[in-house]
Write a protein of this length. Structure first.
Length: 417
C-alpha cells in the first residue's frame, strides 16, 4: 500500500509510494526546482485526529487517578493489554519519482548503470526495467536508497503517460517471492520505509510530479486510485495493507478510498524484528513470499516470511474491501517500489521505535531473486550463483511454523496479526 509515492482514502514504497495521508496541503516546489527529498506538506487532519485521541486518553487517565479506584494489580494488567496509539498514516509525501528531470539530479551512488531487472516467471527468466534504479548482480538484485520510487516497465523509459509502457503482472492465481536484505544492526530501521506495492496508474493527467501517479491517499494534484501495499517496512516491522476504493467509509464520509486500509497485517516483535530473539531477524537476509488465491469473487492473500528454517505465515481473508480490490488486480496494476524516510514513521514502526521523532539511517537495502510463480506450479528456489537454465524446485519444509489468519476487522486493523 511510499519509494513509493510511497507505500489513505481518495490509505507505498507502496509506498508506496505513500499512503496514509491526504487532504488540502501547502505544496513544496516540484522536484525540478526543489532539492531532492524535500518534504511535500500534506494537511494536518491526521495530526488533529491523533491529538484529539491523545487528549481523550489523558483526560480518562486523570479521572482514574483522581478516583483512585483501580488497585495496582488491575493497572498493571490493563497496561499490558493496551497498545500505544500512533497515527494512522504519514502526513507528507516524501518519495521522488524518477523522471527525466529527477534522473539528471540523482546522486551518482543512487543512479545505477543498468535498470534492467530479471524476473523468474515460472522458470523463464524475463527482463523488465526499473528506470533510474541501481540493478546489480547481473540483473538479479536492486539496491535501494532514499528518496526514490521506481515503476516496473516493459522498456527503459520514463514515459509514464502510456499504460502500455508498464509491465503489470496479473497476481491473482500467482505467488510473488523475493529475498530481502537490510544488512546488519545499522541497516534501515526506525524512520525508514522500503516498499513494493500496486496502484491503478497511469491517470489521465501528469500531476505535480509529472509521472501520472495515483494512490489511495488521494494527495492534492495527484490521482486517486486503488492501492495494494504488498510490503512496506524496515528491520523492525513488515506491513501489508489493502487500500480499496468503495467510496463508503465510516472514518470519513469524504474518502473515496480507504486511507487507513482494511485488512492490514502488521508483523512486529517477537515475530519479526531486530535480533535473534525474534522468529525472523530483520537484520539478516530473509525470503518474502506472497500468494494470491481466488475463490469465486473472494480474494485471499497469504504472506510467508522465512529464514534459516523458521517460517511466519499471515493470511488476509476476503471481505468487501478485498473483493473490491480483486477486480483491479485481475485487470493488472502498476508495480511501484522504492525507499523513503520520515521523522513520523511511527504509524508503521511505533511499536518498536516509540512515538518520538525518528531518524532513518538511510543505509541501503537490497531486494533480489525476483520470482512470479503460478500457484499450481512449484515455487523456484533461488540459487546462490547465476544459472543459465534455472530449474524450479519445491522449497524445503520449515522446521518451525507460526501461522495466523486475518479476516474482517471493523477497526481497520487485524489485532494480533
Amino acid at each position: 500500500a511510499a519509494v513509493a509515492s510511497a507505500v489513505a482514502g481518495c490509505g507505498l514504497l507502496g509506498a508506496a509510494a505513500w499512503r496514509r495521508g491526504g487532504g488540502a496541503s501547502s505544496l513544496a516546489p516540484h522536484p525540478a526546482t526543489a532539492p531532492l527529498g524535500e518534504f511535500i506538506r500534506a494537511d494536518d487532519e491526521g495530526e488533529k485526529d491523533d491529538a484529539e485521541e491523545e487528549k481523550g486518553d489523558e483526560e480518562k487517565g486523570d479521572k482514574e487517578d483522581e478516583n483512585g479506584k483501580e488497585d495496582k494489580g488491575d493497572e498493571d494488567k490493563k497496561a499490558k493489554q493496551e497498545k500505544p496509539k500512533f497515527g494512522h498514516r504519514p502526513k507528507s509525501l516524501n518519495s521522488v519519482p524518477v523522471t527525466n528531470t529527477t534522473l539528471e539530479k540523482m546522486p551518482k551512488k543512487s543512479k545505477g548503470s543498468s535498470s534492467a531487472i530479471k524476473i523468474d516467471e515460472d522458470g523463464k527468466i524475463n527482463t523488465y526495467y526499473l528506470p533510474g534504479a541501481t540493478v546489480v548482480d547481473n540483473g538479479k538484485s536492486v539496491e535501494y536508497r532514499p528518496p526514490y520510487r521506481f515503476y516496473l516497465m516493459k522498456t527503459d523509459t520514463t514515459d509514464y503517460s502510456k499504460e502500455e509502457n508498464f509491465y503489470k503482472p496479473i497476481f491473482p492465481g500467482k505467488t510473488f517471492s523475493v529475498d530481502m536484505d537490510f544488512r546488519g544492526q545499522n541497516g534501515p530501521s526506525c524512520g525508514c520505509n522500503i516498499n513494493f506495492y500496486l496502484v491503478d496508474m497511469p491517470v489521465g493527467f501528469p500531476g505535480k510530479d509529472k509521472d501520472y501517479y495515483c494512490d489511495a491517499q488521494c494527495f492534492p494534484d495527484m490521482g486517486c486510485c486503488h492501492e495494494f501495499d504488498m510490503n512496506e517496512g524496515n528491520e523492525n516491522v513488515q506491513q501489508i495493507t489493502d487500500h480499496a476504493c468503495t467510496g463508503h467509509y465510516s472514518q470519513d464520509s469524504s474518502w473515496k478510498c480507504n486511507k487507513w486500509g482494511d485488512p492490514e497485517v502488521k508483523i512486529t516483535p517477537p515475530e519479526f524484528g531486530k535480533g535473534s530473539g525474534n522468529t525472523i531477524d530483520g537484520t539478516k537476509k530473509f525470503t518474502f513470499s506472497q500468494r494470491f488465491d481466488v475463490h469465486g469473487n473472494g480474494l485471499t492473500v497469504t504472506t510467508t516470511i522465512s529464514q534459516g528454517g523458521k517460517t511466519l505465515k499471515k493470511t488476509m481473508n476476503s471481505n468487501g474491501e478485498m473483493q473490491n480490490m480483486l477486480e483491479k488486480l485481475q485487470q493488472g496494476m502498476a508495480f511501484v517500489t522504492g525507499y523513503w524516510t520520515a521523522p513520523d514513521m511511527n504509524w508503521m514502526d511505533g511499536e518498536s521505535c516509540g512515538s518520538g521523532t525518528e531518524h532513518c539511517s538511510e543505509e541501503p537495502a537490497y531486494i533480489s531473486n525476483w520470482r512470479i510463480t503460478s500457484n499450481d506450479s512449484p515455487v523456484p528456489s533461488p540459487s546462490p550463483n547465476p544459472s543459465p537454465n534455472p530449474s524450479p524446485s519445491p522449497s524445503p519444509s520449515p522446521s518451525n511454523d507460526v501461522e495466523m489468519t486475518c479476516g474482517w476487522c471493523s477497526s481497520g486493523s487485524c489485532g494480533g496479526c
